[in-house]
Design a protein around this ligand. Structure first.
Ligand code: PMV
Length: 344
C-alpha cells in the first residue's frame, strides 16, 4: 500500500459577476456564469498525506490543531468526487491546513481550502497514472467545484470564469477556465478586504443558494447575470473603469437583494457595511474623476474595496483615514489580483 504526500497553496477569489443559485437536481451546477478576480495574499496552504487502505479515515489539522468539525464536509466532498476518482474512498487522510488570513476574519476559506485539497488529490491521481498534466488544472477545478462552487475559479489567475456562457469560449458548468483577455489596469487591481464583522455568518452560502429557487426574481436575475458577463467582458478588455464600477457595485447589491427577497429572508450586511459604502460613494462624489474606487461584497458583511494599482497610496490613505473606523478592531487586509494556485 502506497503513501503520497503533497502540498498546494491556493488563493481565495472575489466574484465580480456573482454565482448565487444552483440548478436543481444537479450537483453544484450554477444557474448562471460568474467571473472573479483571483487574490494573491488570502490563501490556504494544505499538505495532504494519503495512505491507501480499505475504508476511509480523515484527520484534519487547522493551524496545527486538530479540527474535527471540518471532517464531515471533507467526507461529503470525497463521496462527490468518487465518481471521477474512486480511489479517494479508500485511504487514510491527514490534512494539514492553514490560512494566511485569520480564521475568525469572516473571510470564507471554502474557495481557497477546497481548491487546495482538490489540487493535492489531483497530484495523487497523476502519480497513480489516472490523470495527465494536460487535464490537470481542469480536473482540479472540477473537483474543487464539487467541494464549493466558487472554489472552481481559484485555480487560475488573473481571473476565473465558471459556468457555460456563449461569449467565453471553452466555458463550462463543470469547471472554471482562466481568463486574462483584460486591459493591463485590471491585471494587478487592488482589493482591500475591510473586516466589518469577523464572526460566523448567520446564514451559510449553501442555504442561501437553496433559497433562490423559490425567489420570484430568480429568472430575471439569472438572465441579468448572463448579460452582465457579456458587458463585463468588453469593459475588462477596454479598461473602462466607470463601466466596471457601475456593473460591479450593481452585482454586489443585487446579490444582497436576492437574500432580502428570499423566504425566509435574511440580511448579511451590517450597519458598518452601509457606512463604508456611503463613504466610498461620498468620496467618488467629492473627487469626481480622480477617485475611481468602488466596492463589491461577498456573502457576508465584509466589504471588498477595489482600486487600481496606480491609486494605491491614495486609496490606502483613505482606508486608514475614513474606512478603518467601520472595521472590527480597525482590521483590514490588503490584497491584489494574483496568478492562481501553486505547488509548494
Ligand atoms: O461557493 P459558495 O457556495 O460558497 O458560493 C459563493 C457565493 C458568492 O461568494 C456570494 C458569489 C461567488 O460567485 O463567489
Amino acid at each position: 500500500m502506497s503513501t503520497y504526500t503533497t502540498t498546494w497553496k491556493s488563493p481565495s477569489n472575489i466574484a465580480l459577476v456573482k454565482y448565487w443559485g444552483k440548478k436543481t437536481n444537479e450537483v453544484q451546477i450554477p444557474s448562471n456564469a460568474s467571473i472573479s478576480f483571483t487574490l494573491r495574499n488570502c490563501a490556504t496552504i494544505t499538505t495532504l498525506e494519503f495512505e491507501e487502505m480499505d475504508g476511509l479515515a480523515i484527520k484534519v489539522r487547522l493551524e496545527g490543531d486538530e479540527e474535527p468539525s471540518f471532517e464531515p464536509k471533507i467526507e461529503q466532498f470525497l463521496h462527490r468526487i468518487a465518481n471521477i476518482f474512486p480511489f479517494v474512498l479508500h485511504g487514510k487522510y491527514l490534512i494539514d491546513t492553514s490560512n494566511s488570513f485569520p480564521h475568525s476574519s469572516g473571510i470564507a476559506s471554502s474557495a481557497s481550502g477546497m481548491s487546495a485539497l482538490a489540487l493535492c488529490i489531483c497530484d495523487i491521481a497523476v502519480e497513480k497514472g489516472l490523470l495527465t498534466q494536460d487535464k490537470f488544472k481542469e480536473t482540479a477545478s472540477e473537483l474543487a467545484r464539487l467541494g464549493s462552487g466558487s472554489a472552481s475559479r481559484s485555480i487560475y489567475g488573473p481571473m476565473g470564469v465558471w459556468g457555460d456562457h456563449p461569449d467565453f469560449i471553452g466555458s463550462s458548468d463543470s469547471f472554471a477556465i482562466p481568463y486574462s483577455d483584460v486591459n493591463a489596469v485590471f491585471k494587478d487591481y487592488c482589493d482591500t478586504i475591510l473586516l466589518v464583522h469577523k464572526g460566523q455568518k448567520t446564514v451559510s452560502s449553501s442555504i442561501g443558494h437553496g433559497l433562490i429557487d423559490d425567489n420570484p426574481y430568480s429568472p430575471a436575475r439569472f438572465a441579468q447575470a448572463q448579460e452582465n458577463m457579456t458587458k463585463l467582458k468588453s469593459i475588462l478588455k477596454s479598461g473602462n473603469i466607470d463601466g466596471f464600477i457601475n456593473l460591479v457595485e450593481s452585482e454586489a447589491l443585487t446579490l444582497h437583494s436576492l437574500m432580502m427577497s428570499s423566504n425566509p429572508y435574511f440580511i448579511l450586511m451590517k450597519p458598518n457595511t452601509l457606512k463604508i459604502i456611503e463613504a466610498i460613494w461620498a468620496k467618488r462624489e467629492e473627487d469626481g474623476a480622480r477617485a475611481k474606487w468602488c466596492f463589491t461584497l461577498d456573502a457576508g458583511a465584509n466589504v471588498h474595496f477595489l482600486y487600481p494599482q496606480a491609486d494605491k497610496a491614495a486609496a490606502q490613505a483613505f482606508i486608514e483615514e475614513e474606512l478603518a473606523q467601520y472595521c472590527e478592531n480597525r482590521a483590514y487586509i490588503h490584497d491584489e489580483v494574483g496568478m492562481g494556485a501553486e505547488r509548494v
